[in-house]
Design a binder for this molecule. Sequence first.
Ligand code: ADP
Length: 451
Amino acid sequence: GEAHYDVVVVGSGGAGLTAAIQAGESGARVLIVEKMPVPGGNTLKASVGMNAAETRYQTLKGIRDSKALFYEETLKGGHGKNNTLLLHEFVEQAPQAVDWLAKHDIVLSDITITGGMSIDRTHRPADASAVGGYLVSGLLKNIHQRPDIEMMTDTSVSGIEYDDGRVTGVTLLNEQQESFRVQCHSVIVATGGFSANQKMVVSYRPDLAGFVTTNHPGATGSGIALLQSIGAGTVDMGEIQIHPTVEQTTSYLISESVRGGGAILVSQKGERFINEMDTRDKVSAKIIGLPEKSAWIVFDQQIREHNKAIETYLSRGFVVSADTPEALAEKTGMDATRLQATLACFNQVVANKQPDPFGRTTALRQPLSQRPFYAIRIAPGVHHTMGGVTINTHTGVLDENQQPLAGVFAAGEVVGGIHGGNRIGGNAVADIVIFGRVAGENAAKYALAHR
Ligand code: ADP
């Protein structure tokens, strides 16, 4: 007969994998369904880290932080549009989520900062490599150890059977386009965002036509359509984030941790033009306003040595390097005198703790003075879709009248509302771990009660 599970998880990014582990630990038999050949989704590309306030790793480093401040700064960064109930839950559960990862051998003990935050609260792997690959491989290791979790790749969920107010199963489509069904009592939709679906992006935001995207090709928004077809409501669909620092020939994202480590942005003229640690929406808008619609991210050897992601950029061949600022200016076509003056001024701000002319107050770590010097040409790219389906604080998917669809849960980028009008760097990884756990626990509870 047909295969039967308690919980089906749709999508194997950070939200889906976390949810599956939590559901397994809560006593459920779980199937993860992933449409791409490999698990990990867009989470594999997450670079900077996971935000959380009042964690033990902050304490160990002597960083004093508060949940209230984290809440306030996230809300301000989101233009006050965030769903405050979800945001409250998010901030409250963030430190436990960091501990939960540590218990699963995923240790985020290095800490940096992102735009819009006033305190170092972005947790990263101890060796300062990108967070995404580390997180996904750590979660997969846990999943492979659990006999109660199975996974199918190259298979997409094409329908959720929702009859008489309950989930009875899902329809799957394999690589050979064969359709089959499995039975389940609850479903967790963790299909990510729709940044790679240009038609869908442009339908909500015509101004984003022609922009590159940082996302993997699976970020098509199919989960939103799946849930809408059984009555789910959506929110903030036009809120789409463009990330300011994307290498345009490869669509490769230059991690915010480079600026968090002390890098600056300069125009083609060789001048700074913004507080680099402002929020992504503001930095992107300023770059688009430059005559070239692009800029350079400039850093030195010391920053390179503290950020493993930079090795990848070097090996991909799009980093310009030179032994002096003059030589860097020559190679990038900047004005050498202006670039030198820019660096001298910035270095004075850092060394003498003077007020920054652009109002930068964070990530003023050390002067940019250790050769070689580096530059990467960047411009904005479509990065994150803040909008998505509506959920309650238990991750229960809500219909248009705010009523939960029994047995239907969602977590991660497919969900709308948490980030409001602009997502803060480091809050997506936090989102998927925090609400992935909530979804796993509640979907398991629901399934076990309806066995
Ligand atoms: P999140 O960060 O919210 O976890 P990701 O983008 O990392 O989101 O992961 C979402 C995953 O869901 C991707 O691997 C994507 O290929 C997968 N996915 C999207 N739609 C479907 C679908 N209909 N069926 C199965 N998998 C899907």
